[in-house]
Design a protein around this ligand. Structure first.
Ligand SMILES: Nc1ncnc2c1ncn2[C@@H]1O[C@H](COP(=O)(O)OP(=O)(O)OP(=O)(O)O)[C@@H](O)[C@H]1O
Length: 271
């Protein structure tokens, strides 16, 4: 990003925390997200990642500290799970209109932006995990949010699908300049494009650039020994154009493998 023009701050949490029924779920969270910035929350189960994300979306009010939003801030949210009645037929098209009225062109543009145009008339029940995530992205993007909150966006998606989703997130950031708050499903992997990693454990245990967190004694003390690998950066190398669904081959599923390769000529997205 341009170092001269400071990016507009979208949201600031200052010493924010949530108490519920006499229990502190998370506390002392300082966090800012600027336009075009990617912030990733990591931490073990129950460490307060979702609770922090909910303070950002506004679903939960802080019981300690403050949350300040840019006036008129619009937030898009991609949930970890979506509660829908799987027994009823539901097309992607219909899913896109469940939470708001959107025109045909808007829906087409949103699906196109995530490489899911061909899925428009598909049954939601029949989508793969990665396809379903893309549709949820499109649903969140349709309102052109300033800030996108992604709750474990690649969980349950296989390795090539995971690479494609990370690529999609990067592209959304580049094209829309939305701020992105991402909850990582894996303690040991964050997207390399992440500007700031915040490691939670009921409070902020450490924070900084991925490289700084990777070598921070707090991180290593808490999580480093469990994997023996520390924090790996999920990196994407751009030496060519991608297909929309980011076909990836030849990659072993190992987080130490920061690089992977693409094969051309397959998996074209039919438009
Ligand atoms: N609605 C609630 N009422 C009471 N306690 C809750 C509620 N939601 C979450 N908690 C508790 O708050 C703590 C933080 O939970 P949170 O869901 O934020 O963690 P997380 O880091 O997102 O975990 P995970 O990785 O398992 O999704 C946990 O101890 C959890 O049991």
């Amino acid at each position: 990003m341009n170092a001269i023009t400071p990016r507009e701050t979208l949201i600031t949490l200052a010493q924010a925390g949530v108490r519920n029924g006499g229990r502190t779920l998370v506390e002392g969270v300082d966090l800012t997200i600027a336009r075009g910035e990617i912030v990733t929350l990591i931490g073990p189960n129950g460490s307060g990642k979702s609770t922090t994300a909910k303070m950002v979306t506004g679903v939960l009010k802080p019981s300690m500290g403050t949350v300040a939003r840019k006036p008129g801030l619009t937030v898009g949210y991609v949930p970890q799970k979506l509660t829908i009645d799987w027994t009823l037929p539901l097309t992607v098209d219909r899913l896109m209109t469940l939470t708001g009225r959107h025109g045909t062109n808007e829906i087409a543009a949103a699906l196109d932006a995530v490489g899911a145009s061909r899925l428009r008339h598909a049954a939601v029940q029949e989508l793969s995990g990665g396809e379903f995530q893309r549709v949820l992205f499109a649903r969140a993007m349709i309102r052109k949010p300033d800030l996108l909150v992604l709750d474990e966006p690649v969980q349950g998606v296989d390795f090539s699908g995971e690479a494609a989703l990370y690529e999609l997130i990067r592209r959304i950031r580049d094209t829309t300049q939305a701020g992105i708050l991402m909850i990582s499903h894996d303690l040991h992997v964050v997207m390399a494009e992440t500007d700031t990693v915040i490691c939670l454990n009921g409070h902020v245990c450490c924070r900084g650039t991925p490289n700084a967190v990777k070598t921070s004694p707090e991180y290593l003390r808490l999580f480093g020994d469990r994997s023996g690998t520390g924090l790996a950066l999920y990196q994407h190398h751009h030496d060519h154009e991608h297909h929309d669904d980011g076909c990836v081959v030849g990659a072993e599923h190992g987080h130490e493998h920061a690089h992977h390769h693409h094969e051309h000529g397959e998996h074209h997205d039919a438009r």
